[in-house]
Each structure stands twice: as structure tokens, then as C-alpha cells.
Design a protein around this ligand. Structure first.
Ligand SMILES: [Zn+2]
Length: 398
């Protein structure tokens, strides 16, 4: 293991970033502090060395990824097709293309069937022979810098593809300079690699359980670039036209096309026209059609899912309002019952009062009748006459 004292950009101003990474003060690239040296990336013993056979089996298993057998099957209609479509957008056959670190070689196979003169490269002899067998493709073994090309006899490349490779290189600038020398004047690099979003601190990442933490594998990912430092690297080797594409793993990767000259894109019709012009190209076109159909179905599914979530939310809101209304209705009913009960009580009191009034009236009538009876009696008339006499003779009444 090597403690890296210098950033790829040449700066030695490295500050602490995390237990395993420093951050370059010049270009903000994250620099591994426990990565591999150039020698350690070479595979001499396929059973023991880091990028030997065990990298593709036990190491993948440790990381929770499928092994190379499974990957050679499942990557084909997924990431390999995605990468092929990007290449077709920028270069059409006939063109010579090399993919560095091509693993099982699925993309090289798709390129070959599309009509490209495609070749792959890997560090492990076992992986090289697996890829040759699996996809019947030409493969180079070892570092690109060690390859002997004979450009006096063969053409230079139209494109070099590095998917998940640049971050593994111990000397990215040296390797990319060499790669640039293998390219034609109007050629392109297509690069996918992790993207460190600048200004994010390690503490922020830990607190937010940032998905990028999964890319901070310091033994493998020696340099974690950001978009600006990636541009800087390419500018230094003369590639000043850079276009960023949407990466398939958009949540932690970047995906870019770099060229010395203006980039021209191929229209979808032109790509189809080319693919349909030969039998294996037709298979590729069918794969693209099916993939687009799947994507459209998936997008529709997502839209429907979102609509369902929205409808459920509205339903819940309506239910909540209904419950509120029911509760208000119950309250109103209870008030109504209380009012009715008070009304009944008042009516009952009224009836009682009326009954007492009738009783009183009846007693009054009875008394009046008695008085009338007394007044009309003989005794009363004599008593009245006696009073009148007493008045006349001057006697005091009473
Ligand atoms: Zn730097």
C-alpha cells in the first residue's frame, strides 16, 4: 500500500478529508491515502494479485455485487447497451474503438456486432481469456502503456472508452496522455467514473448517509474526480471540447465525451439506418427497441405509481374531512337533542303553569259565586237596611 503525497494534477497541497482520503487544495480531487502503486495494479499471479481472478469473484461478493459470470449476462441489455447507444450517438462504424478495463467484454461484443472494429483490454489473464471466449472478441492483456501498437500498419483509434477505470489508475495523467497518442485527430474519449460533488464534507456525507460513500473504496478508487477536475485533466492532454451526458448511475457517477474538435452527434434515424443495414446490427437494433419499450413501460409505471400515491393522498384527505364532518354532525345532533330536551322541559312547565292558572281561575269563580250568593241572601238585605237606618239616625256605623 502506498501513501500518495501528490495529486494527479501535481499539487502537493493535500488536506485531510476522511480517514482514507486527502483532498487536493488545487483541484478538489479526493486522493486515496491507502491505494495501490502502479506495480500493485499489474496481475502476475491471477490467484493472488489485487486485480486477479479473486477481484472478480470473492471481492465482488464482499461488495455485494454479482460475479463476472452473472455480470456477463445481466450487464449486456442494461449498462452495456446504454454505453453502446452513447458511442453510436458520437461515432458510427466503420470506426476503431478500444475499451480499457472492459471486464467480461460485453460492451466490446455489442460494439463488434454493431459493426465497430472493437477491442478490449484487462489486467488479469483469466479475465482476458474469459472475455475472448464469452464474446469472441480480441483482447489485450495488461496496462495500455505496455501495449505495442503498430500504427504504421494499423489505424489509430476513433474512440477510447473508460467505464469505471480512470478512478483506478495510479497515474491518470500519464495514462491519459498515452491514450491520447493512440487517437485520431477527430477521435473521442468516453468516460464514466464516480463524481465527487465539490463542497461536500465527509461529515456531511456521513450525516446524510450519502450514496457517494460507497464509491470511497480507497484501495481501488485512487482518485475521485469532480466535474471540474475531470475537465482539467482532459484539457491538459489537449481535449478541450467536453460534453457531459446523463450517466446510467446518475446518483453518483459522471459520464462525459471529450474531443479535440467540435463534437457532431448522429441522429437516431441515421443510427437505425446503419444498424439495419447488416444482420447482427439488426439484432442490436431489436435490443435497443426492446430496451426503449422497457424504459417507456417503466416510465409509465412510475407515472402511474406517482398518480396512485397522489390519489391515495387525496383519498386520505377526503376521509379526514369526512371524519371531521361526521364529528361536527354528531356534535350538532347532540346539541339538537339537548335543545329538544330543554324544549320538552319548558313545555312541561308551561302545562303545569296553565293547569295551576285554571285551578286558580276555577277557585276565583267559586269564590265569586259564593259572594254573589251571600249578597242575594235575606240576612244580607236586612243587614244592609240596618246600616242605612243607622246612618240616618246619626249612629256611628260599626
Ligand atoms: Zn489536484
Amino acid at each position: 500500500m502506498l501513501k500518495i503525497q501528490k495529486c494527479w494534477c501535481g499539487s502537493t497541497h493535500l488536506n485531510y478529508f476522511s480517514p482514507e482520503y486527502s483532498i487536493c487544495q488545487e483541484c478538489s480531487t479526493l486522493v486515496s491515502q491507502c491505494g495501490l502503486s502502479v506495480e500493485e495494479t499489474v496481475v502476475e499471479n491471477d490467484q493472488e494479485d489485487f486485480y486477479g481472478k479473486k477481484y472478480w469473484f470473492s471481492h465482488m461478493d464482499e461488495l455485494g455485487f454479482p460475479d463476472i459470470y452473472q455480470r456477463s449476462r445481466q450487464d449486456l441489455p442494461e449498462r452495456c447497451l446504454y454505453w453502446l447507444c452513447t458511442l453510436l450517438k458520437y461515432k458510427l462504424p466503420p470506426a476503431r474503438v478500444i475499451e480499457l478495463g472492459c471486464a467480461h467484454g460485453g460492451l466490446v461484443g455489442l460494439m463488434k456486432w454493431s459493426g465497430f472494429n472493437a477491442i478490449g483490454s484487462e489486467m488479469s489473464p483469466w479475465v482476458v481469456s474469459f472475455a475472448r471466449e464469452a464474446f469472441d472478441i480480441p483482447m489485450l492483456l495488461g496496462k495500455i502503456g505496455d501495449q505495442k501498437f503498430q500504427f504504421e500498419k494499423e489505424e489509430k483509434f476513433d474512440a477510447i472508452i473508460l467505464n469505471d477505470v480512470l478512478e483506478h489508475l495510479p497515474e491518470p495523467l500519464v495514462t491519459m496522455e498515452y491514450c491520447a497518442s493512440l487517437l485520431k485527430e477527430d477521435a473521442i474519449f468516453i468516460i464514466q467514473m464516480p463524481c465527487y460533488g465539490e463542497n461536500r464534507t465527509y461529515e456531511d456525507m456521513i450525516n446524510n448517509n450519502d450514496i457517494f460513500l460507497g464509491q470511497m473504496k480507497a484501495d481501488e478508487h485512487l482518485y475521485l474526480f469532480n466535474k471540474n477536475s475531470a475537465k482539467e485533466l482532459l484539457n491538459r492532454i489537449g481535449f478541450n471540447v467536453i460534453e457531459f451526458e446523463e450517466p446510467i448511475f446518475y446518483f453518483y457517477d459522471m459520464y462525459l465525451i471529450a474531443s479535440k474538435k467540435n463534437i457532431v452527434k448522429n441522429a437516431a434515424e441515421k443510427i437505425s439506418q446503419y444498424l439495419l443495414s447488416h444482420p447482427s446490427g439488426r439484432l442490436i437494433q431489436a435490443l435497443i427497441d426492446k430496451s426503449e419499450e422497457c424504459k417507456a413501460n417503466y416510465d409509465n409505471l412510475q407515472i402511474n405509481l406517482l398518480r396512485n400515491v397522489e390519489t391515495q393522498s387525496q383519498l386520505q384527505q377526503t376521509q379526514s374531512q369526512l371524519q371531521q364532518t361526521q364529528s361536527q354532525l354528531q356534535q350538532t345532533q347532540s346539541q339538537l337533542q339537548q335543545t329538544q330536551s330543554q324544549l320538552q322541559q319548558t313545555q312541561s312547565q308551561l302545562q303545569q303553569t296553565q293547569s295551576q292558572l285554571q285551578q286558580t281561575q276555577s277557585q276565583l269563580q267559586q269564590t265569586e259565586e259564593r259572594i254573589a250568593a251571600i249578597e242575594s241572601s235575606k240576612f244580607w238585605k236586612i243587614r244592609q237596611a240596618w246600616f242605612r237606618i243607622k246612618q240616618r239616625i246619626g249612629l256611628r256605623i260599626n
